[in-house]
Design a protein around this ligand. Sequence first.
Ligand SMILES: *[C@@H]1O[C@H](CO)[C@@H](O)[C@H](O)[C@H]1NC(C)=O
Ligand SMILES: *[C@@H]1O[C@H](CO)[C@@H](O)[C@H](O)[C@H]1NC(C)=O
Ligand SMILES: *[C@@H]1O[C@H](CO)[C@@H](O)[C@H](O)[C@H]1NC(C)=O
Ligand SMILES: *[C@@H]1O[C@H](CO)[C@@H](O)[C@H](O)[C@H]1NC(C)=O
Ligand SMILES: *[C@@H]1O[C@H](CO)[C@@H](O)[C@H](O)[C@H]1NC(C)=O
Ligand SMILES: *[C@@H]1O[C@H](CO)[C@@H](O)[C@H](O)[C@H]1NC(C)=O
Length: 349
Amino acid sequence: MKQLSICASIIFSFIFIAINGSHWYYYTKISSRVWSSFNVGNKSNKVVIPETNLVKDRASKHSREPSNVMWTVKPVGRLGNQIGQYATLYSLAKLNGHQAYILPRMYKTLSTLFRINLPVISQEVDYQIKWREYPIKNWMCPQYKNISGQYVKLVGVPCSWTFHHHNWGEILREFTFHDFVKEEANAYLSKVKGVQENVTFVGVHVRRGDYVKIMPNKWKGVVADKGYLQKAMDYFRKKYENLLFIVTSNGMEWCKKNINNSLGDVYFAGNETSPAQDFALLTHCNHSIITIGTFGIWVAYLVRGETVYLSNYLMPDSPYFRFFKYKTSYLPEWIGIPADLSLHLKKKN
Ligand SMILES: *[C@@H]1O[C@H](CO)[C@@H](O)[C@H](O)[C@H]1NC(C)=O
Ligand SMILES: *[C@@H]1O[C@H](CO)[C@@H](O)[C@H](O)[C@H]1NC(C)=O
Ligand SMILES: *[C@@H]1O[C@H](CO)[C@@H](O)[C@H](O)[C@H]1NC(C)=O
Ligand SMILES: *[C@@H]1O[C@H](CO)[C@@H](O)[C@H](O)[C@H]1NC(C)=O
Ligand SMILES: *[C@@H]1O[C@H](CO)[C@@H](O)[C@H](O)[C@H]1NC(C)=O
Ligand SMILES: *[C@@H]1O[C@H](CO)[C@@H](O)[C@H](O)[C@H]1NC(C)=O
């Protein structure tokens, strides 16, 4: 009997090594790379991809059996989009009982800020695999509970709480900031605050840049204007004392001209060079004001304070509604302030 169990354990050890050996292969290409990190003041911080802590445990913990099923997601866009893709992959793979992996491009984008846990497949392996590309919409659908295929690559730009509201604890854990990111963001806010006590910070994200043109021309909509920002900020001014608004934007010049700072409670913080830095700063505030885009939505999801968002910014016949719904993007308890669509109508005439 004893011999039998020793024999069995030897066999199991071999299987274990074999499985982990094959996983090992996925990392060897990437493990030695060093990505330079997000950083505010100290250029010497670096993030090194951990050599091993990734697949070994998680593959066996999360999937029902060591399996040859692999799920991933195609990294598209910048920070906000990739956070949404990561979270959706995480939730849908879990729902289907399969191990999720991310690609190096996503690792590079997200690991500068977060202690993400999903293992990474090398680019070379990605090219070799014959993926089943599976398009996903920007909201949860019943068929996503049962996606078949050995190698599944989700394709889309999902950014919706409907994929993971049942699973928020784990999603929030995936987006835990590195300590140095937290420290730098808090040091920055503390500097802004100065000697004031008991300050309530409201992070304000104003998405402009290319969307100033794309929104009216392609999507029959508008971006946030001066009036919206005044209303959104006044909402918080009525409710809280000792407020400080921390504004970041990819159109800072416009913000400085158009955001009313007569009370001296607005701090223009973003300098357009580092979206990761802006993201960290906004998510360390207590509440959020957001305009359009996935970046702001994810800031607000992670802050979990009060959120004011721009609503009704698309004409009823906007083609954007093919893949976007207000209801599935913005949490029910968030406060929507409708955009002034007359601007769009004026532009057209
Ligand atoms: C930057 O960080 C490194 C390592 O954490 C530390 O040794 C160094 O003193 C820091 N430099 C500055 C200027 O803060
Ligand atoms: C899942 O899909 C497979 C094939 O696509 C089908 O055979 C199976 O019955 C489905 N399972 C459920 C629970 O719907
Ligand atoms: C901070 O604000 C809270 C609630 O508004 C209040 O109870 C507390 O006394 C304030 N602390 C200071 C130091 O002002
Ligand atoms: C600027 O903001 C203050 C505080 O909300 C408000 O009282 C004032 O009317 C605003 N000024 C303009 C020009 O909108
Ligand atoms: C903006 O941030 C970058 C990176 O942190 C920094 O190098 C640069 O000096 C900053 N520019 C201004 C105007 O603050
Ligand atoms: C508001 O945010 C600051 C900075 O992150 C934090 O120190 C403070 O505890 C927060 N206040 C509340 C009431 O959560």
